[in-house]
Structure formats: C-alpha cells, structure tokens
Ligand binder design. Structure first.
Ligand SMILES: CC(C)(COP(=O)(O)OP(=O)(O)OC[C@H]1O[C@@H](n2cnc3c(N)ncnc32)[C@H](O)[C@@H]1OP(=O)(O)O)[C@@H](O)C(=O)NCCC(=O)NCCS
Length: 187
C-alpha cells in the first residue's frame, strides 16, 4: 500500500482489491449511502472488487476517465480506510471532471475533513491533472455537503427540480462547480 499524496490530517492512495470489504461496508451503511444515488441498491463484495479492479487498471493517461483514491487519518495505518474520493468522467478535451466524495465513517463528519479533501482534490485536479473545471452533483437536502462544497469554493450553477432521491424522499439535484480561474483567486 503506497501513499500518493497527503493533506493536513489525511493520507491518500490508490485503492487496492483488499479495500473492497471496508468500502463495501460503508457504502451499504444506511447513514452513509442516503445521498449516494448510485448506491440505492445493495452492493456485494464481488461487485465492489470489480469496481476497484476496473478503476485501478493501468491505462494510458488520456484513456483514463476516472482517478479514484481511498484516504485515511495520518495517525492510522494505511489499511484503515475511512473514505474514498474520485474524479470521474474526465474530459481531456474540455479539461473537466466530476468530483465525488464519501467519508465512510459518520464519526468523522462535521470536523472539516470534507473541505480538507475538497481542497486537496481541487489542487490535484488543477495542478496535477491540468484540468480547468471540476463539477459535482449534490442532493438539495444534503445540507452538510453543500456547506462543505461552498466553503471549498464550489459555486451553484443550476438546480434540477425533483431529480434526486435522498433520505427524505424526492428532492432537487444541485449542480456546483469550480473553475480554475476562480480557484486561483480563493486559495
Ligand atoms: C458530505 C460530506 C463529504 C461532508 O464532509 P464533512 O467532513 O462532514 O464536511 P465539513 O465538516 O467540511 O463541512 C460540513 C459543514 O456542514 C455543517 N452541517 C452538517 N450538517 C448540517 C446540518 N444538518 N445543518 C447545518 N449545517 C450542517 C457542519 O457543521 C460543517 O460546517 P462548519 O464546519 O461550518 O461547522 C460527508 O458528510 C459525507 O461523506 N457524507 C456521506 C456521503 C455523501 O453525502 N457524499 C456526498 C455526496 S454529494
């Protein structure tokens, strides 16, 4: 298990197949998956292994459309994963990507880790990958998530009415984004 990058309190590395169990556990946790629309269905261990296999396969960089990291606290060993984050649907022509994040341990929420990860991933996207735009989708009732993204510099771009399902039922889907030029100003 090899660390790739760090932020103040966290290490980040590529996912390994051995992480499937811990990731599968938190993705199936009712408290964690509430705002993750892709995981309204139960996720089995083999399916999670397959996801990790396909998302960590070595590929020429221009053919890659996803970069996924798992992360953990610096005071914990490298197998003690507490969440995952990734840039998805990377468009190398437009230089854009969709950012996703899951802190899988609810005990770690509301301590500013979300914004720490956002800041690190934006730096990775804009400097490491030379992207120009990072966007995300968030349920309108994910109050903590929205607060975290605004603090990291994401701006509201749009609202898709009744296009998401959260723990409280059907809700709006918000579209938020950071442009490289704006990120430069707020750092
Ligand atoms: C969304 C998520 C990444 C946010 O991470 P986090 O570490 O909790 O975020 P932060 O602590 O940086 O910021 C959250 C802010 O929202 C606030 N908050 C949380 N719940 C709130 C609520 N119900 N009402 C008002 N504020 C709330 C927190 O107090 C904090 O603000 P503060 O730092 O000013 O006190 C994390 O909660 C998570 O992974 N959730 C489960 C999966 C998920 O929803 N993923 C995102 C899908 S878009």
């Amino acid at each position: 298990m090899i660390e790739f990058m760090e932020s103040k309190r966290l290490w980040y590395r590529a996912p390994e197949i051995a992480d499937a169990e811990i990731i599968g556990k938190y993705i199936n946790d009712e408290r964690v998956r509430g705002h993750l629309s892709v995981t309204q269905f139960p996720l089995g261990l083999e399916a999670e292994r397959e996801f990790l296999r396909s998302h960590s396969a070595a590929a020429p960089f221009v053919a890659r459309t996803d970069v996924v990291f798992v992360f953990g606290l610096k005071k914990s060993p490298p197998d003690k994963v507490i969440g995952s984050t990734g840039l998805h649907q990377i468009n190398w022509l437009v230089r854009s990507a969709e950012w996703g994040i899951v802190i899988g341990d609810p005990k770690q929420w509301n301590k500013g880790l979300g914004r720490e990860i956002a800041a690190r991933m934006l730096e990775y996207a804009f400097v490491g990958l030379n992207l120009n735009r990072v966007h995300l989708r968030v349920d309108a009732d994910n109050v903590g998530g929205i607060k975290c993204y605004e603090a990291a510099g994401f701006q509201l771009e749009g609202r898709q009415r009744q296009n998401a399902i959260g723990p409280s039922g059907i809700t709006d889907m918000l579209l938020m984004a950071v442009l490289r030029e704006d990120w430069g100003k707020t750092r």
